[in-house]
Design a protein around this ligand. Structure first.
Ligand code: UTP
Length: 468
């Protein structure tokens, strides 16, 4: 027997080669190549620790709410916020910051055929998520007179489509050599007994290794080396599904530098105890994010004397990473590495007789926020939900294209109200006309007021108006 096949057999994973004698020699080679890239020790450890062990993944008791820097009422005139803004602007001007989008997810809940970043989301012109980010990054480059390289993590499954999309759209006028796409790692999906699943007779069922896989993908793809060569020290990370995200926020960068943090995160206040977001917590000396599913009802509902939730600082997956922390956690050091989590999902895989089927399987994923306990002086900054967070997760209802478009419209309406223009709204304060403000015109309220006041003749705002 071929030694690789024997090796899988010896480790109890011989089913990977169950149909080997029924497939063509090309397909056999393909399967061997895939199998060769699998670290069976790693799979054994994951199955042993996460699947077979009786230990639950529940967070240990001793949790306290994490400290965070709250948004002051007078944010724009607050001395400390202005100072942070100036520090962050200088770092940008010095070329020390790059942008990073995690875009390797499978987007199953949205049910859109292409990569999620190619989903059209702006209310009038239907700009895609990627175009909105590209325009925001271009606007920051202009404001701070710098180049902001953009790293985008794709997956094996969507890499080519993402690349083609950027090529066809001429990199949205950014410079092609400053946008770096690279696929994240994969891990085999397994069944309830820890047996590796086959997607086809000649293909192992592989899944992306979670957004936390970005740290090792950044190192393995050479992205961190490229950053070092270009003098980039900070990576501004955000998810692909949030059109309101501030891709580059000078104030956030300023606080990160000022507090000598190696990993900073943005938080928004939970709207209710049951809201399904991860929460920033303190566990002894360490800061961490605890998933809502791992937090007891009692802690979720605990309140302070003023009635506010104790565990209220929700994570919106916006972080600043020092390059060195990524190198440390994403490199091949066994001692410091992110933990894996187990996700029970339906997997398209072959059943024992070789028939395509939907199997209750297991995926292994890393979460990017698990880097927090390894960070020095982690800083958490509050931001306002209505300004920076409206993700597109589901096809309908909460966090859907519809809710996200409404949130964009409400933001544009607030900015227009600040220059004295009131849009007609329905009883939920959603504008009843569709308008759009491009990031090239303004990417925040303050910038909007300036840009509007600089217009020689401000336009009449009506249904379909695009300010760009
Ligand atoms: P989600 O947790 O929303 O997962 O990812 P998803 O795969 O996109 O969507 P569902 O759960 O299948 O509906 C949050 C962010 O993390 C990225 C996603 O692209 C998104 O930006 N992500 C997730 C990765 O980059 N890689 C992964 O393996 C998982």
């Amino acid at each position: 027997m071929n030694p690789l096949r024997q090796h899988f057999e010896d480790r109890g994973q011989g089913q990977v080669f169950r149909f080997f004698d029924q497939i063509s020699s090309d397909q056999q080679e393909q399967l061997i190549r895939q199998a060769n890239a699998i670290d069976l020790d790693e799979i054994d450890t994951l199955v042993e620790n996460l699947l077979k062990s009786s230990a639950t993944q529940e967070a240990a008791l001793d949790l306290q709410p994490a400290n965070y820097l709250p948004v002051p009422c007078n944010r724009d005139s607050s001395e400390s916020w202005q100072k942070a803004h100036a520090i962050g602007s200088q770092a940008l001007n010095d070329g020390k910051v790059a942008a990073f989008t995690v875009a390797g997810g499978q987007g199953t809940r949205l049910g859109f055929a292409g990569p999620k970043g190619t989903f059209p989301i702006s209310p009038v012109s239907g700009k895609t998520l990627f175009q909105i980010f590209a325009e925001k990054i271009a606007a920051s480059e202009k404001q701070h007179q710098c180049t902001i390289p953009w790293f985008i993590m794709t997956s094996e499954g969507n890499h080519q489509d993402t690349l083609t999309f950027f090529e066809e759209n001429h990199w949205f006028s950014l410079s092609a050599e400053n946008i770096h796409l690279f696929p994240q790692g994969t891990l085999p999906a397994v069944d309830q007994n820890g047996k590796i699943l086959l997607e086809d007779k000649h293909r192992i069922a592989l899944s992306p290794d979670g957004h936390g896989g970005s740290l090792r993908a950044l190192v393995r793809s050479g992205a961190t080396q490229r950053m070092a060569d270009q003098g980039i020290e900070i990576l501004s990370c955000f998810q692909v599904d949030n059109p309101l995200v501030q891709c580059i926020d000078p104030t956030f960068i300023g606080f990160h530098l000022e507090k000598k943090s190696t990993l900073s995160s943005k938080t928004i206040m939970k709207t209710n105890a049951g809201e399904k977001v991860g929460v920033f917590c303190q566990q002894g000396e360490q800061t961490c994010v605890v998933e809502y599913s791992d937090m007891s009802q009692e802690l979720q509902q605990q309140t302070e004397s003023d009635g506010s939730l104790s565990f209220r600082a929700g994570s919106i997956a916006v972080h600043l990473f020092d390059r060195q922390l990524i190198e440390q956690l994403g490199g091949d050091h066994d001692s410091v590495t992110l933990p894996f989590h187990l996700a029970r999902k339906k997997i398209s895989a072959l059943d024992k007789s070789g028939q395509p089927s939907s199997i209750d399987g297991i995926k292994f994923e890393m979460f990017i926020f698990d880097a927090l306990p390894f960070a020095q002086s982690p800083m958490i900054l509050e931001t306002l939900r209505e300004e920076e967070f409206s993700p597109v997760k589901n096809a309908q209802g909460n966090d859907s294209p519809e809710s996200s478009k409404q949130d964009q419209l409400k933001q544009f309406a607030r900015w227009l109200a600040a220059v004295g223009i009131q849009l007609p709204t329905d009883d939920k304060a959603v504008p009843t006309i569709n308008i759009e403000i491009s990031p090239s015109f303004a990417d925040c309220e303050e910038g909007f007021i300036k840009a509007w006041n600089n217009l020689p003749t401000p336009p009449k705002v009506k249904d379909g108006t695009i300010l760009s």
